[in-house]
Every structure is written in C-alpha cells, then in structure tokens.
Design a protein around this ligand. Structure first.
Ligand SMILES: [Cu+2]
Length: 180
C-alpha cells in the first residue's frame, strides 16, 4: 500500500513536470509565431537604412514610414516629450493586446508618467515576464532618452508603429508603416 502511494505521488510529480514544460513550450511557440509574422529582429551587419523617429506628447515624427519588403531598418528613437513613450512595431491586434500589459505597469506603479521604475520592473518581470518589456520589437523611453531597434520587415502584413501607454494610442500616437 505504501509503495502504491509513493508511486502515485511520483507519477503526479512527473505529470506536473511535463505539464509545466508543455506550458512553457507552448507559450514560447505562440510568442515566436506572433513575432515571426510581423518580421524579425534585424542584424546590425544587414542594416539597409537608418530612420530617425522623434517622440512627442503624444505623436511621432514622422508619422508615416515607407518600407520595402525584406528591408532591415535601424530606428534611432528619441523621446523629446515630457512623458514616457514607447515605439513598438506590431499589427493592430498586437498593439491592443499589449495595451493591457501597459495598464498593468501603471497599476503596479512601474510607469509613473515621466519616469520608469526600472528596479520595480525587474522585480515584477521575475513574476510576470510581460512586465520585462524586453521584446525586440519595442522600446520604452523616458523623456530625453534615446535608443534603437533593428527590425527586418520580412512580411507583407499591415503594420504600424505605436505607443501603447494608456491613452496615447487612442490620442493618435501611431505611425503608419507603408509597404512601397
Ligand atoms: Cu506615448
């Protein structure tokens, strides 16, 4: 009887291990496929063009970006506004999904209008990966900060660059990405 109990527990632990592994793999696959269909992280050695993007409260300059399929673009992004802004390359559905992650960052006081609590962001990311904001298709910047994204536009899908901080997308902080 005792042996039976131990075996049962052992099987349960084994099952849970596989289940967690399965979940992990499944989540990774979903993320990879959702990123692949909008393009992929580009290599510095393959950059075709550099585009400078200025972020203000609450708009991008330029607000139209022309791309040829297959091009690798280095975006140099500068935040010239008084608020934190994001430059995120995705399709409309992904932006809308991402907005709930941003809302979580506000609720957890990681995003504070004009600053980012990087320490808190790191701590939260250990619990909830969506809080890390280290996706290769986006950059989150405090006022007067700059950064870059290298993106390979390998798909024909309709994309837009946007800021998903609550209220910003709604007020027009979107740059259309046109396939030319
Ligand atoms: Cu913004």
């Amino acid at each position: 009887m005792l042996i039976f109990l131990i075996n049962k527990d052992y099987i349960y632990v084994l099952f849970m291990k596989f289940f967690i592994l399965f979940l992990f793999f499944f989540a990774k696959t979903i993320f990879a496929s959702s990123v692949n269909h909008i393009g992929e992280k580009g290599k510095e050695s393959e950059v075709d063009r550099i585009i400078e993007i200025k972020m203000f409260d609450n708009y991008f300059e330029p607000n139209q970006i022309d791309i040829k399929k297959g091009e690798t673009i280095k975006f140099i992004v500068i935040n010239l506004g008084d608020l934190v802004h994001e430059f995120n390359i995705a399709n409309k559905e992904m932006h809308i999904q991402h907005q709930s992650e941003m809302m979580k960052m506000i609720e957890n006081e990681i995003l504070l209008g004009d600053t980012i609590d990087h320490k808190k962001m790191k701590e939260m990311a250990k619990i909830d990966h969506s809080m890390s904001h280290s996706h290769s298709n986006s950059i989150l910047l405090e006022p007067n900060m700059s950064g870059e994204i290298i993106w390979k536009f390998s798909s024909n899908i309709k994309l837009e660059a946007a800021c998903n901080i609550p209220g910003h997308y709604e007020s027009g902080m979107i740059a259309a990405i046109n396939n030319i």
